[in-house]
Design a protein around this ligand. Structure first.
Ligand code: 3HC
Ligand code: NAI
Length: 700
């Protein structure tokens, strides 16, 4: 029998235990083992019922994602699942942790399901560009109805055991030992004469309403997830559950699953899944690097970022002191914190009790002495090196030895900041994104002297704050903003060459970006960064010109949403962009000043100009070692910049297009537009060697 699945007969019960750490994924050996175990149970005359459970922290968390895209190995999961359901002896799945994807499909094929109170179940395949391919789309609607199945399969979010029981997915909940609960349940089944009960043989309860539910979900998908490949196929598979007998429905599900499996979107989403896990593995840091305990925190500066960062700590249950320059500024900051929570309560995403609990963890102060015992301090004061110097000198004087001193700076030199203290090894960058309590991305900036322990602690803290933490090196803008500068610049050049904001934003949104660059500029304010641009203009050599269009708009008082108009108009406080008739003459003036005859540009050209600017800079960042690996850059773009997950991130997208093709276009842009487009040496090298960003590692 397979080493990953143990079979044991205990009295009249067969105990089938899956043991495939870390998450009991249904790899080939588990599939084979399950098949053999159920066959053995069937063949053993003394076995009257089967109890299926898992070791470790979780029930089966799904198919083995690492096997996707590789040649299939028998037995297939549908074969295993069908054999489990067909078993002539009643079976009970005992769920703890998470029963996800194929794991839940195995459980649905068992004749009964019980779960520990804290368990979760779900079919998250859609998040990997797939649909449940082992009967989930056929069995779930038979147990829970089409409405719930649509929600779970198209949405992909797991639900609690309590909710699952309410919807007929689970039979009973328990606390305590898995084996004891499973055995007791199985004996009870036998005593009560309850035998085999196959999900696949049950009718779909709400079949009468299915047509309307399916249509409504399709309309929602067209509106909210245009361009996504798998959600519509999820709906098609559920339609098959309603319209076809089980065997034919399963066949239809398989066909649709194979289509998804072969799609580039599936490859991109699986890349994104592993990128997130990979980011936690820091180059040069041993897995057992010790971390420091973080039991309390402090934030300096209660502005836009500081309040959001303080909320992150409170949300994670970590007491946090928020320090401002004076009582008035402090009261303003605390009020903003209260308002943010109150808005969540109003939306229904936070309970009154949780709000009270979190606010109780937030303590406003104006005296640095209050920070003496903080385990970590995050500075979020004005972006000015002199102000940072004053703050870090104070911190160095008052904070206890071993406290982590972090800066949220977005553009200043972290090593210079560290040098303001006598403990640069304890200084690290924690670069949050606005709004800090919402955005998942956290760039963890490793300074020249940041110690391994501090870096490891910062990464662990990121996880506790429920962030996607990615290590980056010190440079202007780190990874995300350094790249977005290139992207923004190209989008502005395109406006000067002949495109309209509607066209630039429309082309990039059609590609999948959450927001176009012009609407994004309007949101953050067109005057933001203007001073920096003026400084850059003076320091950059003449072959690196900067676009003028933003200056033109600012001169005309068009500052974006805050002034009611920018690239778009926002009448009466509306946040929905509308065409701005005042714009055309300003764009024309900017073109004239640069001596450009405006021309029509097609959408593909627009997308290539903006995206390949990201890719070229990303290649430089990789070669300089500012990012550890291409997938880290992708993760930053997916979580901080609205890059579509189904494209996998800019570097993955370039790999999929083929680096030779990307380089060829970059060379054309170089010939056409000059020095900004100098191809990155790493891109040239990888393209020449027929390699990809994904197989590049520093030093190779
Ligand atoms: N296959 C292979 N490896 C998996 C895996 C899977 N389904 N799920 C997790 N892993 C690996 C991770 O890559 C990671 O490996 P590493 O330590 O080498 O980096 C390790 O397991 C631990 O994962 P996490 O760091 O994510 O651990 P957490 O405890 O934070 O989360 C989890 C656990 C909730 C189970 C989370 O890993 C998860 O959501 N996994 C994916 C679940 C999923 O999408 N299942 C559906 C798969 S598709 C499918 O089943 C198709 C079927 O319908 C035919
Ligand atoms: P802000 O101007 O909104 O807030 C700064 C706050 O710091 C003010 O409330 C001010 O009173 C306070 N402050 C100034 N000096 C202080 C001192 N010596 N002691 C205590 N408090 C002091 O600025 P914002 O936008 O919150 O930015 C803060 C930092 O975060 C900057 O370094 C910025 O570059 C960085 N950042 C900003 C992002 C953004 O989107 N706004 C995103 C990521 C990083």
């Amino acid at each position: 029998m397979s080493a990953s699945v143990l079979f044991e007969r205990r009295g009249n019960l067969a105990l089938v235990t899956v043991n495939n750490p870390p998450v009991n994924a249904l790899g080939q050996s588990v599939r084979e083992g399950l098949l053999e175990a159920f066959r053995a149970a069937e063949a053993d005359a003394q076995v009257e019922a089967v109890v299926l459970l898992c070791t470790g922290s979780t029930f089966m968390a799904g198919a083995d994602i690492k096997e996707f895209g590789k040649p299939p190995q028998a037995p297939s999961l549908p074969e295993v699942v069908n054999a489990i359901e067909a078993c002539a002896k009643p079976s009970v799945a005992v769920i703890h942790g998470s029963a996800l994807g194929g794991g839940l499909e195995v459980a649905l094929a068992c004749h009964y399901r019980i779960a520990r109170n804290d368990a979760r179940v779900g079919l998250p395949e859609v998040k990997l560009g797939l649909l449940p391919g082992a009967g989930g789309t056929q069995r779930l609607p038979r147990l829970a109805g089409v409405a719930k199945a649509l929600e779970m399969i198209v949405g992909g979010a797991p639900i609690s055991a309590t909710e699952a029981q309410r919807h007929g997915i689970l039979d009973e909940l328990f606390d305590g030992d898995l084996l004891a609960a499973g055995s007791a349940f199985a004996q009870r089944l036998l005593a009560e004469g309850r035998g085999v009960r196959r999900s696949g043989e049950q009718p779909v309860a709400d079949a009468g309403e299915a047509a309307a539910l399916l249509d409504a979900k399709r309309a929602e998908i067209h509106q909210r997830m245009p361009g996504l490949f798998s959600p519509l196929r999820c709906v098609a598979a559920l339609e098959a559950a309603v319209q076809l007998p089980l065997a034919e429905g399963l066949e239809r599900e398989r066909e649709l699953f194979r289509e998804c499996l072969a799609s580039p979107q599936r490859a991109a989403l699986v890349h994104a899944f592993f990128a997130e896990r990979q980011a936690g593995k820091v180059v040069g840091l041993a897995a057992d690097t010790p971390t420091r305990a973080i039991a309390s925190a402090a934030v300096i500066g209660g502005g836009t970022m500081g309040v959001g960062i303080a909320l992150c700590f409170a949300n994670a249950g970590i007491p946090v002191k928020l320090l401002e320059i004076d009582q008035t500024a402090l009261e303003r900051a605390l009020q903003r914190a209260r308002d943010t929570y109150a808005a969540s309560v109003k939306r229904g995403s936070l309970s009154e009790a949780d709000m009270a609990r979190r606010l109780a963890l937030l303590d406003g102060v104006t005296d640095y002495a209050a920070l003496a015992e903080a385990d970590v301090v995050v500075e979020a004061v004005f972006e000015n090196l002199e102000v940072k110097r004053q703050v870090f000198e104070r911190l160095d004087a008052v904070c206890k030895p071993g406290a982590i001193l972090a800066s949220n700076t977005s553009s200043l030199d972290l090593d210079a900041i560290a040098a303001f203290t006598a403990r640069p090894q304890d200084v690290v960058g924690l670069h949050f994104f606005s709004p800090a309590n919402v955005m998942r991305l956290l760039e963890v900036v490793r300074g020249a002297q940041t110690s391994d322990t501090v870096l490891a602690t910062a990464m662990a803290l990121g996880k506790r704050l429920k962030k996607v933490a990615v290590v980056v090196g010190v440079c202007d803008g780190f990874v995300g903003n350094r790249m977005v500068f290139q992207y923004g610049r190209e989008s502005e050049f395109l406006l000067e060459e002949g495109a309209t904001p509607e066209q630039v934003d429309g082309a990039l949104r059609a590609f999948g970006m959450a927001m176009g660059p012009c609407a994004m500029r309007d949101l953050s304010g067109l005057d933001i960064g203007l001073a920096i641009r003026n400084r850059q203009r003076q320091s950059l050599p003449p072959q690196f010109p900067l676009p003028r269009v933003l200056d033109k708009l600012c001169e005309a008082g068009l500052l974006g949403q805050k002034s009611g108009a920018g690239f778009y108009r926002y009448p009466e406080g509306s946040r929905t962009p509308q065409p701005n008739p005042a714009l055309a003459p300003l764009l024309e003036a900017a073109s004239r000043e640069r001596g450009i005859a405006r021309r029509s540009l097609d959408d593909r050209y627009i997308v290539e100009r903006c995206l390949f600017a990201l890719v070229n800079e990303g290649a430089k960042i990789l070669e300089e070692g500012i990012a550890q690996r291409a997938s880290d850059i992708d993760l930053i773009y997916l979580n901080g910049y609205g890059f579509p997950a189904h494209r996998g991130g800019p570097m993955f997208h370039a790999d999929q297009l083929g680096l030779d093709k990307v380089l060829a276009r970059i060379r054309e842009f170089h010939a056409e537009h000059g020095a900004w487009w100098q191809p990155a040496p790493l891109l040239e090298r990888l393209a020449a060697e027929g390699r990809q960003f994904s197989d590049w590692e520093a030093g190779q």
